[in-house]
Design a protein. Structure first.
Length: 751
């Protein structure tokens, strides 16, 4: 739903083109005094104006390509919204082919929705990923929508990286091609011309669609998309000194008759009908107006970028003779300015880091999370990745940065906006094993202590559980003023957990008894992580476990135990997504030492278990995912609640539960096991998958007997899955030599 809202709304303020069904038009003013001003002392100045229009504005790239081929001199360039992005890049030295390559290489959904790759999430956020589908912002105990659904973190980081060579230029008239863009003051709906300041921020303001992207504060003004006030700023480029103006326009024209046939078009008509007359007048001010017909393509058709660029090129090329004649006539009147692109500044020598705006999250934590030891020889790409890692902690609503040159070195300055709104989230699930459940989560930032995070989960269903984790996030830096040579992250916290579940014992294929299982625990732990991929931690735990017979034909007795445990873990996670992953690795090893403070006869028991899986893409649609699971108990005294339960397609939140395809859910119980599994996954069409799954394994209560042949098992299955916005929907058929055909259904996020 969220992505649909974004792509429905994206750049709509930059207006639609109703002339999509019109023939391509390039308007030439026959008034020679207008085209060539009566000034024999200088060559006429040429200005290029690029309108807004969302994805349709990508036609500007194709039109610019034709202007280049014609040798058209360009003295000024300006635009609104998408036109400001393309115009800004062009002004600093990128040519049309460069911009085309950038556009075609982008993941536009990720870019426009701030959906960064999962590998940049912090360890604790990866654990939450893929469990909830309805996040609600909460402020002071009340649900509150932000000023915009999207912060614009992704697009601004991209602009900052691409425009890094202009970072020392604050006057846009000093760019290789003088540039301006237009935004709108949200307080009075007046156009604001931005021709100075920080170039990426100015462009970000010009495309800040109201309610979709957060407004941008520049000089005390809250600025949004310029399409609301001046979507085709011909008048502004004339004020810069342009004598001849060439415009590329995909602005809004009103829908009429049967074309006004949907709610989104009605809303768009209401918002932008007032801009139509102004745009018509501005077109009359141009010597040439290029209006590419975009047909059925809309302001959200970023997935059709290549087609839109071609439309822009074809429209301009259809009048190439006229454009070339005008260019030649202009060049005959005087010398052409050669616009030297700004020199590339790929690598910088970062001598120090400033942080501005942090009040609750410590500077040490921010610096440690960036992991850029100073001095650093690095490029913009490395800095962007560091910023995304920091953003992935969810402590910040927005992180901007700027690099300035000081005292024979570069200073990296971060401008952070700390998160002031907490989140309430909901997830739902039904599956054949755990049945129906609804999961509620509340995440509270800086609760009771600065730099803290409280996450509370409560699952309601046939098998309820409760989990609350409170963590303090700390960083250590070996620093002098704003210089730091070494960094280290060290976090610690408290975890409370409770689970109630029904377990079954089997005889062959038949359930013979059931138990009511209760597990309550409290943990104190500490951990550190590296690059959001590796996590190492250790802790102590007090645990109470209870197994009470429910259906009990064998007159089994209830068991109660209290344990004091010591544990450590190492985790590695670079999966690109939680469900139907196509690349990345997950690795986990857990070491636990079980003791009892209450039972003197209890023998301390060490346990070691883990998993490894790797998603390997073979083609665009085909991936293979080998997996292994293992677990060993070095003492026969391991309590029943800590024995491994094996069987079923997926295991969620039950302690020591191990999946095994082709067998009933938690069918087997063992102290030692080893399992190998391979999934062959094919995406038959978008978000729809077929997965073949095969596994084999060994198990035994005695580690010495684990490799004996009579303790082997196997199974296989076939899954059809759809990765929906509400979570995966999966139907699996699985079988094994020991069982009949088993059907498994999952609907929704796994908990």
């Amino acid at each position: 739903m969220f992505s649909a809202i974004i792509f429905f709304s994206a750049f709509t303020t930059s207006a639609q083109v109703a002339s999509n069904d019109k023939t391509p038009s390039i308007k030439n003013d026959s008034d020679t005094n207008k085209t060539f001003p009566n000034n024999q002392n200088r060559r006429p100045k040429v200005g290029i104006v690029l309108s807004g229009g969302g994805a349709k504005g990508l036609v500007h790239i194709g039109a610019l390509k034709v202007l280049e081929e014609a040798g058209m001199p360009i003295d000024f360039i300006g635009g609104t919204s998408i036109g400001s992005i393309i115009g800004g890049l062009y002004s600093i030295g990128y040519r049309s082919d460069d911009i085309k390559s950038m556009v075609l290489s982008q993941d536009w959904q990720e870019l426009l929705t701030d959906q960064f790759p999962r590998r940049f999430f912090s360890a604790e956020e990866k654990q939450k990923d893929g469990k909830y589908f309805l996040p609600y912002p909460v402020n002071n105990g009340k649900f509150q929508l932000p000023l915009g659904l999207i912060q614009g973190q992704g697009i601004e980081l991209l602009l900052t990286r691409l425009m890094g060579n202009a970072r020392d230029i604050s006057d846009f008239n000093r760019l290789p091609i003088p540039f301006f863009c237009v935004a709108t003051d949200i307080e009075n709906n007046h156009a604001v011309v931005l021709n100075s300041g920080y170039l990426p921020k100015a462009i970000r303001a010009s495309m800040a669609i109201p309610t979709v992207f957060m407004p941008v504060n520049i000089d005390g003004k809250m600025l949004v998309d310029g399409g609301l006030s001046n979507n085709f700023p011909v008048d502004e480029i004339k004020k810069m000194g342009a004598d001849i103006i060439i415009g590329v326009d995909v602005s809004f024209d009103p829908y009429r008759g049967n074309n006004l046939n949907s709610l989104d078009r009605v809303v768009e008509q209401l918002l932008f009908i007032h801009t139509v007359e102004d745009n018509l007048e501005r077109r009359k001010m141009c010597a040439i107006v290029i209006q590419p017909p975009t047909g059925e393509l809309s302001s959200m058709s970023f997935d059709r970028a290549d087609s839109l660029i071609k439309i822009g090129e074809q429209t301009a090329r259809s009048q190439f003779g006229l454009i070339k004649a005008l260019a030649d006539s202009i060049k005959a009147l005087g010398p052409i300015n050669v616009h030297t692109p700004l020199p590339e500044k790929e690598f910088m020598e970062i001598k120090g880091i400033h942080v501005i705006g942090n009040e609750k999250v410590s500077r040490d934590y921010i610096i440690a999370k960036l992991n850029i030891p100073i001095p650093a020889h690095c490029n913009m790409n490395r800095i962007n990745k560091a910023i995304i890692r920091l953003y992935g902690t969810m402590f910040f609503q927005k992180i901007d940065y700027k690099i300035t040159h000081e005292n024979n070195g570069d200073i990296l300055t971060l401008y952070v906006i700390e998160r002031s709104i907490n989140m309430f989230s909901v997830g739902i699930n039904y599956n054949s094993d755990y049945k129906a459940g609804i999961l509620f989560n509340t995440s509270i930032y800086n609760f009771m202590h600065n730099g803290s995070k409280l996450s509370i989960n409560m699952l309601l269903g046939e098998n309820p559980y409760f989990n609350a984790t409170y963590m303090l996030f700390n960083g250590w830096t070996q620093a002098n003023n704003y210089h730091c040579s070494k960094t280290w992250l060290f976090n610690y916290g408290l975890n409370l957990y409770g689970n109630n579940y029904t377990l079954f014992n089997y005889s062959g294929k038949i359930k013979i008894s059931s138990f009511d299982y209760i597990d309550l625990s409290a943990d104190l732990f500490a951990q550190t992580d590296f690059f959001n991929s590796f996590t190492w931690g250790f802790g102590i735990q007090h645990e109470y476990m209870e197994l009470k017979p429910d259906i009990n034909p064998d007159n089994l007795s209830a068991s109660y135990s209290r344990h004091f445990n010591i544990y450590s873990y190492l985790k590695f996670d670079t999966y690109n997504r939680n469900y139907f992953a196509t690349q990345g690795t997950q690795f986990e090893i857990n070491v636990r030492y079980l003791t009892s403070l209450y039972d003197k006869n209890f023998t301390p028991s060490p346990l070691v278990d883990g998993l490894w899986r790797r998603a390997v893409p073979l083609t665009k649609n085909l991936s293979v995912i080998p997996e292994t699971f293992w677990g060993t108990s070095y003492k026969d005294s391991v309590p029943e609640g800590y024995q491994y339960r094996i069987g079923g397609l997926e295991t969620y939140y039950f302690k020591n539960a191990i999946p095994f395809i082709g067998h009933k859910f938690l069918e087997y119980r063992s102290r030692n096991f080893a399992i190998a599994r391979c999934n062959v996954q094919y995406e038959i069409f978008s978000r729809n998958f077929i997965v073949l799954k095969i596994n084999g394994g060994i198990m035994d209560d005695s580690l010495n007997n684990l490799t004996k042949r009579n303790h082997t098992m196997s199974g296989y299955g076939l899954t059809y899955g759809y990765n929906s916005l509400l979570g995966p929907i999966e139907l699996t058929l699985m079988d094994s030599p020991e069982n009949n055909l088993i059907t498994y259904l999952n609907v929704g996020f796994r908990f």
